[in-house]
Design a protein around this ligand. Sequence first.
Ligand SMILES: Nc1ncnc2c1ncn2[C@@H]1O[C@H](COP(=O)(O)OP(=O)(O)OP(=O)(O)O)[C@@H](O)[C@H]1O
Ligand SMILES: [Mg+2]
Length: 253
Amino acid sequence: MKNTILSAKGLCKSFAHNGGQIHILSHVDFELYEGDFTVIMGASGSGKSTLLYALSGMDRATAGQVMYNGSDLVTMSEKGLAKLRHTDFGFIFQQMHLVSNLTLFENIAVPGYLNKDKSSSEVKERAEKLMEQMSISHIKTHLPSQVSGGEQQRCAIARAVINSPKLLFADEPTGALNRKNTTEVLNLLTELNQSGQSILMVTHDMRAALRANRILYIEDGKIIGELPLPPYNPDEEKSRETQVNAWLSSMEW
Ligand SMILES: Nc1ncnc2c1ncn2[C@@H]1O[C@H](COP(=O)(O)OP(=O)(O)OP(=O)(O)O)[C@@H](O)[C@H]1O
Ligand SMILES: [Mg+2]
């Protein structure tokens, strides 16, 4: 029996537009489980990023509940949300949003230094270890502009997990990467998940989706399908791809 880490109930999100309202998410209900690698797929404009932002406290839903650790993110104060985003959640985006005038090491360590629970030597040690895991130790003093897109994304992943988040959110983390860098980033995410990291990732990329043990499909702001999968195993990638492809076809992807 898996533990629920986050749950959405009747989640709605509308935007004011041209004097009216556009409804993007309509009554989304689902639970995320601890230790899972959950993927959200769906057509462009279906509301994937909007859902990810509402679930992670980056944006606030218009109605409904997002329960995390006994609190509702929809009604939580801005200060409470900011703290949660800092201490409990990690974020990875398609555009890495690294700070251009900080070195890779500094980009990773800064959110750790801002976390008052850890001493600076503990942060430094964890940053060094993560850089090793992400194979970017040799370029630790480089600026983001001096490294490749794949290296920047590996740095962004290390930054996202420096405070050991309970839940890692990723929106198209491989969207700007070539094939080789995509594989490296996916291997890192798989490794993190295998060591217990809960992940929620939005993706268009079939190869990224194959890493999940649960895929949710969203259409017009509603979750219309769910595919549970065994944990990722590279030896079974072909048959997994066939299964996921067939399921996505049934969702009219
Ligand atoms: N601030 C906003 N104001 C008005 N409409 C918005 C706003 N943000 C998003 N939308 C609309 O909401 C819909 C869903 O957007 P969202 O970014 O969640 O889609 P997505 O599924 O992530 O798409 P993609 O795969 O292209 O990233 C889109 O039609 C978008 O135009
Ligand atoms: Mg999006």
